[in-house]
Write a protein that binds this ligand. Structure first.
Ligand code: PLP
Length: 427
């Protein structure tokens, strides 16, 4: 089947494409990106006048859909007063209010909020916090993190070191990064025994255990049960280790609860948030620490302070967007919408299971995954999705949907039908 790419290319796209280095792209062969002029709800509007239903919510950020008027108005009002002010020594109302609200919302005594601008940097900060927590308590030599196969925590140097070194996207850098302890997720009794054994042998080297709760995202959209998180919490507690949950993808409702950890009834020592934190409007992330972690940084000595401070941390516009996003979680039925999306994904994607070339179909919250038997040809699928009016960007052999929570039944059906039809072509 021949599918033509979009024909309309504004001048700015043609000129800019000579200079703009795209993410995760082989620049010799990467298709020209699609010119998006505006977006509304679950739809992207292109330069040629057509629209696409967004199946992946701009990398899982759009909890309330694009261009929600409450977020737009809040950011505009803030822009009229104070677009930015440094957080070193100066305070701004949106950042203070957001820290207070996040501390109330986050499970247990996760009460101390450090702001950054990207998910990766919030993970870097979590790693720094964990390492210095031990140093401040007088314990040296805890230099490594335990992380998990199929894990993904970002693209910066320390983040890459805790991603899956073999099947992940950062394989080139193996040997160039801090050496970590990357192990399989303990999913059964044998896995648990092996994990405990590793912790007992190497506990003195370990600064923290970091995991994406319930769904490992960019490392392959792999799911696990809340019991795995409960085990990790117990294993860490029994040995006085720190548990860090990377809720950058799962936080703010994606799995049907505000935070995935709620489904396991556990409280991590440190939690990272980003993506939907600002409702998908402005770059913002947070690293939230429990009281005992924060208290390890308190003393009369300057050197126990956390030496970190991104220039734009606590940016008032981004924090105003995040406060507006939290308003919407309070006022609008987001979690019920996620539950409805989950039900529809289960029904609509089920037929894919029977298709040749499909090895698994799985759904958790507002994430639906069709796993294909062959990897590395995801770009083949792209024009077929575009022809069906949907924006879906598979990685490797994983075709997935993670739409904005406000998507309606018909638009979601357009996405699931496209996945089913295109997967059938593939097989
Ligand atoms: N951690 C997780 C679980 C993620 O899904 C991502 C992004 O996909 C990151 C960290 C990195 O976030 P960012 O791309 O904002 O640096």
């Amino acid at each position: 089947e021949q599918v033509q790419p979009a024909q309309v290319q504004p001048d700015w796209l043609q000129e800019g494409s000579k200079h703009l280095w795209l993410p995760y792209a082989q620049m010799r062969t990467a298709p020209t990106p699609l010119p998006v002029l505006r977006a509304e709800g679950a739809r992207l509007y292109l330069a040629d006048g057509s629209s696409l239903v967004d199946g992946i919510a701009s990398w899982w950020t759009q909890a309330h859909g694009y261009n929600h008027p409450h977020i737009r108005d809040s950011v505009s009002a803030q822009l009229g007063k104070l677009a930015h002010v440094m957080l070193g020594g100066l305070a701004n109302e949106p950042a203070m209010t957001l820290a207070t609200r996040l501390a109330k919302l986050a499970p247990g005594d996760l009460d101390h909020v450090f702001f950054c601008e990207s998910g990766s940097v919030s993970v870097e900060v979590a790693m720094k916090m964990a390492i210095q927590y031990w140093i401040n308590r007088g314990t040296r030599g805890r230099t490594r993190f335990v992380s998990f196969r199929h894990g993904y925590h970002g693209d910066t140097m320390a983040c890459m070191s805790i991603c899956d070194p073999d099947e992940g996207m950062h394989g080139h850098f193996k040997g160039y990064l801090p050496e970590q302890i990357v192990v399989p997720l303990p999913r059964d009794a044998a896995g648990e025994a092996a994990f405990n054994d590793m912790l007992d042998r190497r506990g003195g080297e370990i600064a923290g255990i970091i995991v994406e709760p319930l769904v490992q995202g960019a490392g392959g959209m792999k799911f696990h049960d809340p019991s795995v998180l409960r085990f990790l919490r117990q294993a860490a507690d029994a040995r006085g280790q720190l548990l860090i949950l990377d809720e950058i993808m799962t936080g703010f409702g994606r799995l049907g609860t505000m935070f995935a950890s709620e489904q396991a009834g556990i409280v991590p020592d440190i939690m990272t948030l980003s993506k939907a934190l600002s409702g998908g409007t402005l770059p913002l992330s947070a690293t939230i620490a429990r009281r005992h972690v924060f208290e390890a940084f308190l003393s009369d000595r300057a050197e126990t302070a956390l030496m970190h401070g991104p220039t734009y941390m606590g940016n008032p516009l981004a924090c105003a967007a995040a406060n507006a996003s939290l308003d919407l979680f309070e006022r609008e039925p987001r979690l019920a919408q996620v539950a409805a999306i989950e039900r529809q994904l289960r029904t609509d994607l089920e037929p894919c299971r029977a298709l040749k070339g499909v090895v698994d179909v799985r759904v958790k919250g507002a994430i639906g995954v069709v796993e294909l038997d062959r990897a590395g040809e995801g770009t083949w699928l792209r024009p077929h999705f575009l022809k069906r009016g949907v924006w879906i960007r598979p990685f490797g052999n994983i075709v997935y949907l993670a739409p904005p929570f406000v998507i309606d039944e018909l638009d979601l059906r357009q996405l699931t039908s496209a996945v089913t039809e295109v997967t059938a072509l593939w097989s």
